[in-house]
Design a protein around this ligand. Structure first.
Ligand SMILES: [Zn+2]
Length: 245
């Protein structure tokens, strides 16, 4: 389900936010970047399902996105093929990085808008209806988010590739927990699956997993934005306890 994928992407970004940026871009994220990063990663966590003609992404703009998804499916070998692999994750990250290096703010703003569209569409399912006012709300919110990125967060391009990697990786690994699994090592065809979630959209997922992940995201994102040292300190203490124990 698109909603669960978006929430899991958001959770993984908020958990990684205090640790990953100092390692990969040499500085911690500002509070605004944490908030936007959570949403961008939620959007990126839908990208692998560009190969699904009847999924959340396909429903975004009706026939236009359905055609896009059908085309991606045809090119990638069908649903849960090439776009559900570690190669896709790596290419999505490397492609974003190369695009940001070449087109800088233009690419950053364009991709941010697309990912925010997906995030809003998936996180607020009532906006996903076919009726135009709901779609206008989705576009409006994504445009406001993009304007914020452009005006106040000039460093977004540096960490955007990592948000794309975290989001797509979370999706692919999440699909491994369901039946059918995912061909992680595509083009090698073997599917990897550890079936924890029997049927996508079942009660365990909607009544337990998604609410728990949502609360986890809110807590971790708040800590990452306003008290990142609490998290890094906690991790250091746990590490030390592990070493001494
Ligand atoms: Zn999928």
């Amino acid at each position: 389900m698109g909603h669960s994928h978006a929430v899991s992407g958001a959770l993984v970004f908020s958990a990684a936010a205090p640790f990953l940026p100092p390692l990969v871009i040499g500085r911690p994220l500002q509070p605004g970047e944490v908030l936007v990063g959570v949403l961008l990663t939620a959007g990126a966590a839908l990208l692998p399902d560009l190969d699904h003609h009847d999924g959340t992404v396909a429903h975004l703009f009706g026939p236009i996105t359905r055609l896009l998804c059908r085309t991606v499916a045809r090119l990638s070998g069908g649903h849960r093929h090439a776009t559900h692999s570690l190669l896709f994750v790596a290419l999505a990250g490397a492609g974003t990085r190369a695009g940001v290096a070449r087109w800088e703010r233009g690419l950053t703003d364009g991709l941010a808008f697309a990912l925010l569209l997906l995030a809003v569409h998936a996180l607020l399912p009532h906006t996903a209806g076919p009726r135009a006012p709901f779609r206008a709300t989705t576009v409006g919110l994504a445009a406001i988010g993009t304007a914020c990125v452009d005006s106040w967060l000039p460093g977004t391009g540096a960490w955007l590739p990592w948000a794309v990697v975290l989001g797509t990786l979370t999706h692919v690994l999440g699909d491994c927990l369901t039946r059918q699994g995912a061909p992680l090592l595509w083009p090698y065809g073997r599917r990897f699956e550890i079936v924890l979630i029997n049927r996508t959209g079942n009660r365990f997922e909607t009544r337990f997993l998604v609410p728990v992940m949502t609360v986890g995201t809110l807590v971790l994102a708040w800590l990452a934005a306003f008290a990142p040292t609490a998290l890094t300190g906690m991790a250091a203490l746990t590490g030390m306890a592990g070493l001494t124990g």
